[in-house]
Design a protein around this ligand. Sequence first.
Ligand SMILES: NC(=O)N[C@@H](CC(=O)O)C(=O)O
Ligand SMILES: [Zn+2]
Ligand SMILES: [Zn+2]
Length: 455
Amino acid sequence: MSTDHSSTSYVLRGVRPLGGEPADVVVAGGVIAALGAPGTVEAPAGDVVEVDGAGHVLLPGLVDLHTHLREPGREDAETVASGTRAAAAGGFTAVHAMANTSPVADTAGVVEQVWRLGRDAGYADVHPVGAVTVGLDGERLAELGAMADSAARVRVFSDDGKCVHDPILMRRALEYVKAFDGVVAQHAQEPRLTEGAQMNEGVVSAEIGLAGWPAVAEEAIIARDVLLAEHVGSRLHVCHLSTAGSVEIVRWAKSRGIDVTAEVTPHHLVLTDDLARTYDPTYKVNPPLRTAQDVEAVREGLADGTIDIVATDHAPHTREDKDCEWGAAAFGMTGLETALSVVQQTMVDTGRLTWADVARVLSTAPARIGRIGDRHGRPIAVGEPANLTLVDPAATRVVDGAAQVTASGNTPFAGRELPGRVVATFLRGRATVLDGAVVDAPRGAAGRHAGAGAR
Ligand SMILES: NC(=O)N[C@@H](CC(=O)O)C(=O)O
Ligand SMILES: [Zn+2]
Ligand SMILES: [Zn+2]
């Protein structure tokens, strides 16, 4: 195969767009150049790679609204390059990079830096999230307008890792972002109710003696914020919703016409607080793993559309920050490389979502919420940018933390068998993953290409 990937074309044979009828799809010149019944599509001239995709599902490239890339500041845990390589391996073509870096992404300068690093790495489009408050301190609004107007064109603002607790600041942020069609993504955690909290408050925390994080600490903030969003007529996004009560509140808010969207993480779709009994800090995460009833409620909420999207909350941490006693360990788990498999296992293989629904919750809807729907989460149709993910749903694998692409090993799925395998990922026609392996970008070339498309 040629090393000049930008001029390579691909013919995907017998793939099933959105899980539908088999088709041949030609990827050339950065776009979907042709699409038709198997055997009816001409291979383009020049350097062509044929991909046997029989039985494989073709999805629009996945879009993550909630990724921690750790750069700048914690490059020992992840960099923009290593995190976007992991994203590509997981089938993602765009990620929103959370603002809790060091320095915090609270200025036009920092968000532009992160955006450029993503463009130069060339594995996935990086859309920086801007901090709501300076330094995530919850005291003064950051320069939201300057970040929106920067080259990074920020539309999602979040103090994720911390809750925007002060209601007047939350109100002002919601009002401010209306000017550029932005959204405030809230990490819903009432701080006073969660002081010292280590895990979900419930039967298990009482039994094993770890300080509890009650469901109401999440639900009280979501209830307040949907009412604030209604009051000021703005758009609210709820990060990593995790309790049955939160699903009920969002369902109620939507029934009232409030402009709220919500995400659930893959881990909250399957793991429960029982895992804390292992005292293995891999399972320590914020918000904490909840109960089996909560897991059922978030699956139901995702199935009925109350929860709009799945977002990974990929939170890489170094060994030093995770391989210690539970109380001292950092909150967070990785997720980019397992998200699609967990959604397949919990939602598709159980009959609760179709592959077309998966395209919605992992691509179209997050692209719309992040206001990148002109480039990502597009229909699979001729002329559309070739941001695509090809998945083999019949494959299974046992997750090996050490074999993951992310620079950090804190996956909660290590040793578990998961269905589905990302066979190929295309970013504007360049294969970032082929035959299940990451294809490294020719440095610079991919960057220029990505930059042109990303503006
Ligand atoms: N989810 C986590 O447990 N940790 C996140 C912060 C966050 O998403 O709140 C992190 O930055 O490590
Ligand atoms: Zn958070
Ligand atoms: Zn997060």
